[in-house]
Design a protein around this ligand. Structure first.
Ligand code: COA
Ligand code: AMP
Length: 633
């Protein structure tokens, strides 16, 4: 029997009562005066409350007797390193690091950028900021200096925490030159950096600005320094996480302290069905929202054990890595992106590597970040013999909007659907005029305002872009930018993004951002980047470039430069490997590039000749170009 319907109704009947009850699972130094209110035009939760997120993630559990329990397990098949940190050790690391940050001049409310690989120090860095009331902004290690510089200029950090290198299969990436270049490019300059020296690379430090992580920790410990938890307002920002928008300028999603804790803590029992003391593994990266919520914060808020995994689903060393991790660390719940399973399935279709390990401790597999294709879902179910739960969320929300709540009791599964909305989310599917469509009909998926706790109250220093991006298209609703439908039972089906965001291996990327880079190539007159279906990564970007008149260089040379330009300006993670020169781009008579039609041609979907097309022959040219690269499904 599921308790979902009863719990959802209790929220619908009394939203503030529901969240006020959930807030009892969080330790506050002062309770809220008001559970919810619109303050200065922005919706806010737990107004007047005071708290500290690091205290709730660390110290509180030590006081409750969990000091010797494992808090963080670091397992790095890529370097061979393994280490477990108890809650006591975690507090020592975090309090010491917090004191170092304070000595570097970081005060409550100051921003700190964390640009690190998947090492436990990345988690310590986030918690140390939370401890001293600083606002962290983690930047994914795969982003290029220019992307980092954009984030430095927007968040104006006082300090940057980084490492000497990240390690990808077959190559070591020195971070320090990337960091130095980013600081060079940015207008805002951090006063200090703290660099974790790894065995593989020793970074050169600049006098006066750069500090050695290990040496600073040793000195702070010797001096007996440890930062206390600083009381902050529940509505104060805990972090800024930049995510792709429709332009090259990313959106700075703001997360507050109070609402974030309440919602995440609620999910651990009620959605994921995980108890304190159990091991929860989110195989993601701290640079993404899944990493923020389910590597760092939620498991630790819950007194569970979390895992920092520095590796890949395949190749580190083989497609059995996930099963080795599960069996060795007694993982109860695994959370990852479908692309990881597609990669494993491709290399080990019969699941021979699974048979080598005892993974009977695993109760549930959770998937999110991109559409889970039924093949992969069935394969995972057959091989793992546990429920596979697809759930839908966004950087903006920080936790699941819809899914099948294992903790409340699983509802009947409908393949292709994410199941039902969580308490806090009243879902509506709207047409272009903002009218509710009939059940089963496609439309824009929207959330009736207000958004629940944890969802973004605004974008960093940009309330206007926040309103424009999410609130204006459908007054009274938050626009998710996902299109789909709801069936008679209230189950949601997510079909596609309504904007130019694409999802590559679970990574959210803006084709608009890539177009801005391609347009910067001196030989390119105009361009389009389209996300097309890919068996492994879900989607991959493909670029089309029209050369300026008079360019008579070999097209392959310019195409190669375009690919390199995107790697240099955005990062390898953009995964743009194909750029092709075409004579013209298909457009409507008003000049809009028909990206949707190009995508349909490549994906082998049915498409109709757009009535407003400028010249139908151009679509034949595009089809020929795509076929020439083997890119038509
Ligand atoms: N630092 C530097 N470079 C990085 C990086 C990082 N943290 N992460 C990825 N890259 C690079 C890769 O090395 C690769 O470079 P290349 O073009 O020189 O080969 C490029 O970015 C593209 O990476 P990716 O899309 O990850 O593809 P891949 O072919 O290396 O691996 C998978 C494919 C499926 C194994 C991999 O995407 C994966 O593990 N996905 C899991 C998804 C996930 O965790 N998503 C997070 C949201 S839940
Ligand atoms: P991100 O902000 O990186 O988490 O990306 C959010 C977007 O990823 C959503 O708006 C969806 O388009 C897509 N997404 C996330 N989870 C799912 C899912 N389970 N099924 C389909 N799409 C998803």
């Amino acid at each position: 029997m599921t308790r979902y319907h009863e719990v959802y109704k209790s929220w619908l009947d009394d939203p503030e009562g529901f969240w006020s009850e959930a807030a009892k699972d969080v330790a506050w130094s002062k309770p809220a005066d008001q559970i919810f209110a619109n303050v200065d035009g922005l919706d806010r939760w737990f107004i007047g409350a005071r708290c500290n997120t690091c205290y709730n993630c660390v110290d509180r559990h030590i006081e409750d007797g969990r000091g010797e329990q494992a808090a963080v397990i670091y397992d790095s098949p890529i370097t061979g390193a393994k280490r477990t940190y108890t809650y006591n050790e975690l507090r020592d690391e975090v309090a010491t690091l917090g004191a170092i940050l304070q000595d570097l001049g970081v005060e409550e409310g100051d921003r700190v950028i964390v640009y690190m690989p998947m090492v436990p120090e990345a988690v310590f860095a986030m918690l140390a900021c939370a401890r001293i009331g600083a606002v962290h902004s983690v930047v994914f290690g795969g982003f290029a200096p220019k992307e980092l510089a954009t984030r430095i200029d927007d968040s104006t950090p006082k300090a940057i925490l980084s490492a000497s290198c990240g390690i990808e299969p077959g190559r070591v990436i020195s971070y320090k030159p990337l960091l130095d270049e980013a600081i060079e490019l940015s207008t805002s300059k951090p006063v200090a950096t703290l660099i974790l020296q790894r065995d593989e690379v020793t970074a050169e430090l600049v006098d006066g600005r750069d500090h050695d992580w290990q040496a600073s920790m040793a000195a702070a410990r010797a001096a007996g320094k440890a930062a206390d938890c600083v009381d902050v307002a529940a509505t104060d920002p805990l972090y800024i996480l930049y995510t792709s928008g429709t332009t090259g300028q990313p959106k700075g999603v703001v997360r507050d302290n109070g609402g974030h804790m309440v919602a995440l803590k609620w999910t651990m029992d009620n959605f994921y069905g995980v108890s304190p003391g159990e091991v929860f593994w989110a195989a993601s990266d701290v640079g993404w929202v899944v990493g923020h919520s389910y590597i760092t914060y939620a498991p630790l808020l819950h007194g569970a054990t979390t895992i920092v995994f520095e590796g890949k689903p395949i190749g580190t060393p083989d497609p059995g890595t996930f099963w080795r991790m599960i069996s060795e660390h007694k993982v109860t719940a695994l959370f990852t992106a479908p692309t990881a399973f597609r990669a494993i399935k491709k290399e080990d279709p019969d699941g021979n590597f699974i048979k080598k390990y005892d993974i009977s401790c695993l109760r549930t597999l959770f998937l999110a970040g991109e559409r889970a294709d039924p093949d992969t879902l069935h394969w995972a179910e057959d091989q793992l013999k546990v429920p596979v739960i697809d759930h839908w969320w966004q950087t903006e929300t920080g936790w699941t909007i819809a899914g099948n709540p294992v903790g409340l009791g699983t509802l009947p599964v409908k393949y292709g659907s994410l199941a039902v909305p969580m308490p806090g989310y009243e879902m509506h599917v709207l047409d272009d005029a903002g009218k509710e469509v009939a059940r089963g009909e496609l439309g824009a998926i929207c959330v009736k305002l207000p958004l629940p706790p944890c969802c973004l109250p605004t974008l960093w220093h940009n309330d206007e872009r926040f309103r424009e991006s999410y609130m204006e298209a459908f007054p009274g609703y938050y626009e998710t930018s996902d299109a789909g439908y709801m069936d008679e039972d209230g189950y949601l089906y997510i079909m596609a993004r309504t904007d130019d965001i694409i999802n590559v291996a679970g990574h959210r990327l803006s084709t608009g951002g890539m177009e801005e880079v391609l347009a910067g190539h001196p030989d390119v007159a105009e361009c389009a980047v389209v996300g097309i279906a890919d068996q492994l990564k879900g989607q991959i970007p493909v670029g089309f470039v029209v050369f300026k008149a008079g360019v008579n260089r070999p097209p392959e040379e310019v195409e190669r430069e375009c690919v390199q330009l995107v790697r240099d300006k955005i990062g390898a993670v953009a995964a743009l490997r194909v750029v092709m020169n075409v004579p013209r781009l298909p457009k409507t008579r008003s000049g809009k590039i028909l990206r949707g039609t190009i995508r349909k041609i490549a994906d082998g979907d049915d498409w109709n000749m757009p009535a407003t097309i400028d010249d139908p022959v151009i679509l034949d040219e595009i089809t020929t170009a795509l076929s020439g690269r083997g890119l038509v499904a």
